[in-house]
Ligand binder design. Structure first.
Ligand code: ATP
Length: 347
């Protein structure tokens, strides 16, 4: 089985092919980089409009190569030419994300599914961030920490759904970091710059806000901005920011492991590329005898590979969607998804 995945919820115009037989994933991405400020929805949508056809063509031509290797009957390499399609289904990010971007990607996915005469699979982007960790670690039933740009969730499976055990009460974790870096005049995305600067900084105290399993970032950001405005070296503010935010995420992840009795933790999302976050989670897991896994960076930041991999699981479980029912949902929550691909597990 080969599945084409298309991702375009915010900044990454991305297409991928997941080949289930070899468990290999080809990903082609083109990032939107704002000239100034943060992600502008209209500009991001224009980027999707320009970049999606190219990344899809690269992924499809990879699929055709795989098909030619496996099937000598693949003589004509043009989509819709009458030869067998090089993929079995088209999976796309249905949400959450920026509406104008989602609509462009969904239109491309519907057109491709129609042209190639293959089914369409609508994927929840946050569940994809989670499932790629479970897939690459081969974990049975982990707690998942999604630390991405626009979101931050703790999730665990129970009775057919991924339950949200805890989440941000205001902004996503990456967006919070990006707001701080915009304030100090650094270009988007801010996360890697904070990570680099923090290495030269001294920790400074910032508000630490955890309420049960939920957490908040907005007060920390205001305090970090105010500290820099008052003369704290930006490197020190970055060190304080990282330690505080990541300690909060580590605390709630530990609480989720304790609450659920699980002993596996997976990390998902672009902020998961941060070495310090991974090290803190790893230390916490080791101390309580749990196993920690973070997928490789290409699967952490937004990417179509995770959409194709989850698309394959959904397709195998018969979870396809008719074109007329494939509307996007900018607020699509992970706990709205019926997790049919896990069979009858009822953990
Ligand atoms: P979502 O998946 O919630 O829709 P998103 O589309 O913004 O979020 P991601 O690719 O998951 O995308 O995450 C992007 C975020 O990751 C940005 O906010 C960026 O600053 C942050 N980030 C990237 N690298 C690092 C790093 N090394 N340390 C901290 N944050 C990072």
């Amino acid at each position: 089985m080969r599945i084409l995945g298309i991702e375009g919820t915010a900044w990454a115009a991305s297409a991928a092919v997941y080949d289930a037989e070899t468990d290999s994933t080809f990903i082609e991405s083109d990032a939107y980089e704002p000239e100034s400020g943060g992600i502008h929805p209209r500009e991001a949508a224009e980027h999707m409009h320009t970049a999606i056809p190219q990344v899809v063509e690269a992924a499809l031509s990879h699929a055709r190569e795989l098909q030619a290797e496996n099937d000598e009957s693949a003589v004509d390499d043009r989509a819709g030419s009458g030869a067998d399609p090089p993929i079995d289904a088209v999976a796309f990010s249905r949400g959450p994300g920026l509406g104008p971007c989602l609509r462009i990607v969904a239109t491309a996915a519907r057109a491709l599914a129609g042209t190639l005469d293959v089914p369409l699979v609508g994927v929840n982007h946050m569940v994809a961030h989670l499932e790629i960790g479970r897939h690459t670690a081969d974990f049975a039933d982990p707690v998942c920490l999604n630390a991405s740009g626009a979101n931050a969730h703790l999730l665990a499976y129970r009775n057919g759904r991924y339950r949200v055990l805890g989440e941000t009460m205001d902004t996503g974790v990456g967006n919070a970091i990006d707001k701080f870096t915009r304030h100090v005049g650094w270009s988007h995305p801010g996360g890697p710059k904070v990570e680099a600067a923090a290495a030269d900084g001294e920790y400074v105290d910032l508000p630490y806000v955890v309420k049960g399993m939920d957490f908040s970032f907005s007060g920390i950001m205001s305090a970090a901005k105010a500290a820099v405005d008052d003369g704290t070296p930006v490197e020190d503010a970055c060190a304080g920011l990282q330690e505080t935010i990541f300690a909060m995420l580590t605390e709630v992840a530990e609480r989720a492991l304790s609450l659920t009795g699980r002993d596996e933790l997976v990390l998902g999302g672009g902020v998961g590329q941060n070495d310090r976050l991974r090290a803190m989670l790893d230390t916490m897991c080791e101390a309580r005898g749990a196993t920690f896994h973070a997928p490789e960076p290409r699967f952490l930041r937004d990417n179509a590979g995770m959409i194709a991999v989850l698309g394959a699981k959904m397709y195998a479980a018969g979870e396809t969607v008719a074109i007329e029912e494939s509307a996007v949902d900018p607020d699509f929550r992970p706990d709205q998804v019926d997790v049919v691909w896990r069979g009858d597990e009822t953990a």
